[in-house]
Design a protein around this ligand. Structure first.
Ligand code: ATP
Ligand code: MG
Length: 563
């Protein structure tokens, strides 16, 4: 199931129904959710779905949402990720208030509970290697086999577990396992590992520990410690729920959270696995975690996607229980929707061609009024100097135009937006035959864009005054992967699109664009949405193309309505 296309209501998905019923029927006074990232990478657009869900439910039902770092695997986790995750959640518009937690804060409590499980005969230290444990675990069709250490006296397990903590044993020599059922049809219940030895320094606990709890042992107990009422996670944890519940029931935890699973977000042309994203960064396929082609929150931000567009997208797709793949064009549609309303319009010329107006007085400069945003009258207007020498877009001229080309050509008249009509009178070429300049005349009676005699050119072009244009580098971005289902039938990295980034130098932009702050996205008229890149420096502007203007998703939707 997917609610693609329909404007799915924010309320009314199956998780919100469960929460509403629990509150109505008095099972909880206040809803408490949490977003539990592992700090082993940057957040991506899939996480935005989980963030909006958890923080959104807390907000809508008057509860609270915790940000909890699931920092139980010190070999892969870093402070850089902890910092970026907090910045990204805030940027998306959500706030955990004082409820910032780390699973590592509970290590002592978790250890004590593990000891209690051993005392209750519900856990044991196993001396099998990881390979042997895997081999004893059985398969979907065959039951597992007991470890020879399963019946070891609990005093022995208690002693060994304590010595594991003290650092007496090397990595991989022993683990603590739950003692549940080696014949269970659910492999997660075949004596899952609860603790492993890892002599690795932890970003927060340093050298204090050399045993670390597994996700399954840390997660539910952390939920219970924090009083989380609804522990919302993605579908791959559905088969872990019996273990989650078994642990909660076996331990004297202070509350009883309930795990609910939903379908993770998948997007066409996009990979949302951190394992792959780490490789893209480390192997240099992109400029970093925040490369504008990355599906990370920081990448989308650098690309110029507004947080509001991401939130709108997440609302549009809704929350379901069956896996599906969402068209990436839907995300782009949501972003264009916001930008069309909010982005200031500006002029930029990506591939400049000189245009000289022969009958325009030398030295004259007129200030033309240009509207900042036709969708928002309060955005006002700005002055654009109009001069005898201008730049236009090279692809707006053709010497020998085909039938459907209505822009400038020899002898043809076009409108220069907010200025005058001009007619091309001569094409100037260099010795190699390359067009280097157009000579034109203008009609002074058409100032502002209308002719008194009512004639209407078929095209309106953007332009820049030659002397006042500011140079810039412009990076054009497209999908990082060339195919909608990257890696479907060959190596994922073979599907990387060579056209995902094109860097144009020698572009020119309106002088006002030198002052656009980082974080603002503007529309370059007729070209698309663009934003300044953090690589920008005074005198060396760099802009990223956020999106082109064309909206394929809107077209798909419109076609859907027609049929
Ligand atoms: P990996 O990408 O390596 O599988 P992960 O995305 O599961 O890792 P976590 O840090 O554990 O990384 O994720 C934090 C939370 O975000 C989890 O609750 C997880 O279920 C949720 N989440 C992760 N990916 C998605 C996704 N694509 N759609 C929705 N929620 C997601
Ligand atoms: Mg995970």
């Amino acid at each position: 199931m997917s609610s693609e296309g329909s404007a799915a209501p924010e309320r009314g998905d199956f998780i919100r129904e469960i929460v509403a019923a629990d509150l109505r029927e008095g099972r909880h006074e206040q809803v408490v959710t949490r977003f539990p990232p592992e700090p082993n990478g940057y957040l991506h657009i899939g996480h935005a779905k989980a963030i909006a869900l958890n923080f959104g439910i807390a907000r809508e039902f008057g509860g609270r949402c915790h940000l909890r770092f699931d920092d139980t695997n010190p070999t892969k986790e870093e402070q850089e990720y902890v910092d970026s995750i907090q910045a990204d959640v805030r940027w998306l518009g959500f706030d955990w208030g004082e409820h910032l937690y780390f699973a590592s804060d509970y290590f002592e409590q978790l250890y004590e509970w593990a000891v209690e499980l051993i005392r209750a005969g519900k856990a044991y230290v196993d001396d099998l290697s990881a390979d042997e444990i895997r081999e004893h675990r059985g398969t979907f069709t065959e039951p597992g086999r007991d470890s020879p250490w399963r019946e070891r006296p609990l005093e022995e397990s208690l002693d060994l577990f304590e010595r594991m903590r003290k650092g007496e044993f090397p990595d991989g020599t022993r683990v603590l396992r739950a003692r549940i059922d080696m014949a269970s049809p659910n492999i997660n219940l075949r004596d899952p590992v609860l603790y492993r030895i890892a002599h690795a320094a932890h970003p927060r606990t340093g050298e204090a520990w050399c045993i670390y709890p597994m996700y399954d042992f840390a997660h539910g107990q952390s939920d219970a410690i924090e009083g989380v009422t609804h522990s919302i996670c993605t579908l791959e944890f559905e088969d872990h729920r019996p273990l989650y519940d078994w642990l909660i029931e076996s331990l004297p935890v202070p509350s009883r959270p309930r795990q609910i699973e939903f379908a993770r977000l998948n997007l066409t042309y996009t990979v949302l696995s951190k394992r792959v994203l780490v490789r893209l960064v480390n192997e240099g396929h992109v400029r970093g975690w925040d490369d504008p082609r990355m599906p990370t929150i920081s990448g989308l931000r650098r690309r110029g996607f507004p947080a509001e567009g991401i939130r709108d997208f997440v609302t549009m797709i809704g929350v379901g229980k069956a896996d599906s793949v969402v068209e990436v064009q839907m995300l782009e549609h949501a972003v264009r929707d916001v930008l069309n309303r909010t982005a200031r319009r500006r002029f930029a010329v990506l591939r400049p061609l000189k245009l000289v107006i022969e009958n325009y007085p030398e030295g004259l400069s007129e200030e033309m009024d240009a509207v900042n945003n036709p969708e928002d009258a309060s955005a006002g207007s700005r002055k654009l100097p109009f001069t005898r020498e201008l730049w236009i877009e090279r692809e707006d001229f053709m010497e020998d135009p085909p039938k459907k080309f209505f822009r400038l050509a020899p002898g043809r008249e076009v409108r220069l937006r907010y200025a005058y009509f001009v007619t091309c009178t001569e094409v100037v070429k260099d010795s190699g035959g390359e067009i280097v300049e157009l000579r034109c005349t203008y009609d002074p009676a058409t100032r502002g864009g209308d002719a008194p005699d009512g004639r209407r050119p078929k095209a309106t072009l953007h332009w820049l005054p030659a002397e006042h244009a500011v140079p810039a580098e412009v990076r054009l971005y497209d999908h990082l992967f060339a195919r909608p289902d990257p890696g479907a039938d060959r190596d994922l990295f073979d599907d990387l699109s060579p056209a995902s980034e094109e860097v144009l130098s020698g572009c020119l932009v309106e002088r006002t664009l030198a002052e656009v702050p980082l974080g603002e996205t503007v529309q370059f008229e007729r070209l698309g949405y663009f934003c300044p890149d953090p690589d920008s420096m005074p005198g060396q502007l760099v802009f990223n193309r956020t999106l082109t203007l064309r909206d394929t998703w809107a077209r798909v939707q419109a076609q859907g309505l027609d049929t």
